[in-house]
Design a protein around this ligand. Structure first.
Ligand code: CTP
Length: 424
């Protein structure tokens, strides 16, 4: 039996026999509403049952049918809808959940919650629920900073509402500031933490015998002391694999070049700049690894002669850079692999995805190639999601996976690594 003490209410109990938490997911009307889909799927993966309630404005962004299909539950938008199977849904819904999570929470919804206004299903559920409440706000930064919103937030925190604070970044209105919805992985992690971490631990610790070495990010190849050649890699995919492997019990070392994503806490991080630095770091770490994942976007070429001082434009009207090939780290690791080492690589392509990915699998002698077409929406650099096809050594058919969060995909990739290990 797990006991929640919410300052706003009495204790709430969860039946241990259920083995699952039931999350009430409130979706309100903001552009970030689509991210609630990923939160739902991540919570399901962590063993939670998720029931969705939406405001009518949220239903303008995402159709309730999407949530219904994914959650397997009727989606509540209007208590009085004749199609609603439950005549007192806001009471029954609010009493059947272990936590009420609102993603995204608009300024309007926060204002309603703070003032006890219950004029839609989500705000009625808030009032009728005795479960702990967590909100993940997302809004324009001026609305977030407005004294009225600040007052409402203060009030809600006083009432015991937990906040997944928005982060700073580019907002839907093209301005930059605080108000962007926190990463879906972090929202899910905070929910699981609030629930006592039980959901997070449901996946077995199946990697306790493995040591992962993972390369992440985009390398920087210096032209002179101020300029370099690089690429769009954010490090999100590699860090997600590192976080997943660590959570599943592996020892994890990450060799990270330039990244804009936050590094996970837990894995050991070795920072590098160039392809040459990365090569050296990998070679010095590889003996201790049982699994190598080459998730970095390593520059294939570097300037042949790095200028010792800043190149001045007044000296020339045109400039030609002579480039030389870098070492292929992945190929080198595969070429000198030790007994039992499993080696996975990535193939980011714009054309002939399967053909090029298979070529990499065979030529570099890899166990797995994770291939993605970066021209597809929702796939590729700097997104929270990816759409990939996985090619495995000895398996004829490539396996195409649907759009999913990079964190979810990380577990999928690891599941395949575990399968290879178990097959000997
Ligand atoms: N890789 C590496 N070292 C390099 C280049 C790439 O380890 N110098 C790794 C990447 O981490 C990734 C995989 O190789 O796992 C990508 O394969 P690659 O054939 O190098 O792809 P591209 O760099 O995209 O090259 P190409 O233009 O041939 O497709």
């Amino acid at each position: 039996m797990i006991n929640f003490e919410s300052p706003a209410s009495g204790p709430v109990f969860m039946n241990e026999d259920k083995k699952k938490y039931c999350i009430g997911l409130g979706v309100t009307g903001g552009i970030a509403a689509y991210k609630a889909i990923e939160v739902l799927r991540l919570l399901q993966r962590a063993g939670c049952d998720v029931k969705v309630a939406m405001t009518s404005h949220a239903a303008e962004f995402i159709r309730p049918l999407t949530f219904r299909a994914l959650s397997g539950h009727y989606v509540l938008v209007d208590d009085y809808d004749p199609g609603n199977p439950d005549p007192i849904a806001h009471i029954n819904f609010s009493q059947s959940i272990d936590l009420f999570l609102v993603v995204p929470a608009t300024a309007n919804t926060l204002a309603k919650f703070a003032n006890g206004i219950a004029d839609d299903f989500v705000s009625s559920t808030y009032l009728a629920s005795t479960a702990p409440v967590m909100v993940a706000p997302a809004m324009n930064s001026l609305m977030w900073d407005h004294p009225a919103t600040r007052r409402n937030i203060e009030r809600l925190k006083y009432d015991g509402v937990m906040f997944v604070e928005p982060v700073s970044g580019e907002l839907a209105c093209k301005t930059v500031g605080t108000g962007k919805l926190e990463d879906v992985e972090n929202i899910t992690a905070q929910v699981l933490e609030a629930l006592g971490g039980a959901g997070a631990n449901e996946r077995v610790s199946d990697l306790t015998a493995e040591s992962f070495l993972i390369t992440v990010g985009g390398t920087r190849e210096a032209i002179d002391p101020v300029r370099f050649i690089t690429n769009h890699s954010s490090g999100k995919m590699g860090f997600a694999i590192a976080a997943a492997a660590f959570e599943r019990g592996a020892k994890v070392t990450v060799v990270a070049a330039s990244t804009s994503a936050d590094a996970p806490s837990g894995p050991r991080i070795v920072r590098v700049e160039s392809a040459r630095d990365m090569y050296r770091a990998v070679i010095s770490e590889i003996d201790g690894a049982t699994v190598y994942v080459g998730a970095a976007a390593v520059s294939d070429y570097r300037p042949k002669n790095e200028a010792a001082t800043k190149i001045k434009k007044k000296d020339m009207d045109e400039m030609t850079l002579e480039l030389e090939k870098t070492d292929d780290i992945l190929a080198e690791v595969a070429n000198s692999r030790k007994n039992g080492q499993i080696i996975a690589g990535f193939a980011a392509e714009t054309t002939n995805l399967i053909e090029y990915a298979r070529e990499k699998l065979l030529k570099k002698d890899l166990d797995i190639v994770v291939a993605n077409d970066i021209t597809q929406e929702g796939a590729g650099f700097n997104t929270d999601t990816n759409i990939v096809t996985i090619l495995t050594k000895g398996v004829d058919e490539p396996e195409s996976l649907p759009l999913m969060s990079k964190r979810e995909l990380a577990d999928q990739i690891i599941d395949r690594i575990v399968k290879i290990r178990n097959a000997g």
